[in-house]
Design a protein around this ligand. Structure first.
Ligand code: SAH
Length: 220
């Protein structure tokens, strides 16, 4: 994996685009300028890494659009050492951005093939602050809760109760809610049983699917 001057130049342009689109958080922009996004796409599609678009990564999944990653990460307001739960590892790009911001990242994926591929990539990149799990994200990771921050990168029909329960009091969750199209929700836990909910922009995500795929070819 090589990060050339040409890649760096394309990344600078992408960051300029994100600024024009309204992203203001300098730490988020710096992390995105530093991290080679083309490492997270197959080599054949390298050119697409620095266009502000989502892109297919196999298993009918996509790497989120750079603007979406920047927008969600800005909303999340990550502090160094925060325990952050990500649901929907996908390519691992969002998890890597969170790690560059100093978070301790716990990320869950339900697709076995994507899970293995991304786990290998993140290890190769030396991102040891990221722990990957092959699980159903609807259930979160109760054994590591509470989390300071939770980010869901698939479109959920509603906010999963387990995730609300795993958010620390004072913590923030960013989650796109809706079926065909999603509204970005920013949820803050204000007390043991109280939450504050803010509805923000419209986005389009791949669906948040319940359960782990059944890999047994002989089961009906
Ligand atoms: N954050 C990713 C974007 C991933 S797209 C990135 O930066 O590339 C959404 C991902 O959520 C897909 O990989 C999909 O398989 C996964 N997903 C959907 N439902 C899930 C669930 N219940 N648990 C865990 N992952 C889920």
């Amino acid at each position: 994996m090589k990060d050339t001057y040409r890649h760096k130049g394309m990344r600078r342009k992408l960051i300029a685009t994100l600024r024009e689109k309204g992203i203001r958080d300098e730490q988020v922009l710096a992390a995105m300028e530093k991290l080679p996004r083309h490492f997270f796409l197959d080599k054949a599609f390298e050119e697409w890494a620095y266009v502000d678009k989502a892109f297919p990564i196999g298993e009918e999944q996509t790497i989120s659009q750079p603007y979406t990653v920047a927008y969600m990460t800005e909303l999340l307001q990550v502090n160094k050492r925060d325990a952050v739960l990500e649901v929907g590892t996908g390519s691992g790009y969002q998890a890597a951005i969170l790690a560059l911001l100093g978070a301790r990242v716990f990320t869950i994926e339900r697709q076995p093939a994507l899970y293995s591929k991304t786990k290998t990539l993140l290890e190769k990149l030396g991102l040891v602050q990221i722990r990957t799990f092959l699980r159903d994200g609807y259930k979160g990771l109760p054994e590591f809760a509470p989390f300071d921050r939770i980010i869901v990168t698939a479109g959920a029909p509603k906010v999963p109760q387990a995730l609300l329960e795993q958010l620390r009091i004072g913590g923030r969750m960013v989650i796109p809610v809706g079926t065909d199209q999603q509204t970005m929700y920013l949820i803050t836990r204000t007390g043991e049983t109280s939450f504050q909910e803010e509805k923000l922009g419209a986005f389009r995500f791949v669906p948040f699917v319940k359960g782990i795929p059944d890999n047994d070819p002989f089961s009906s």
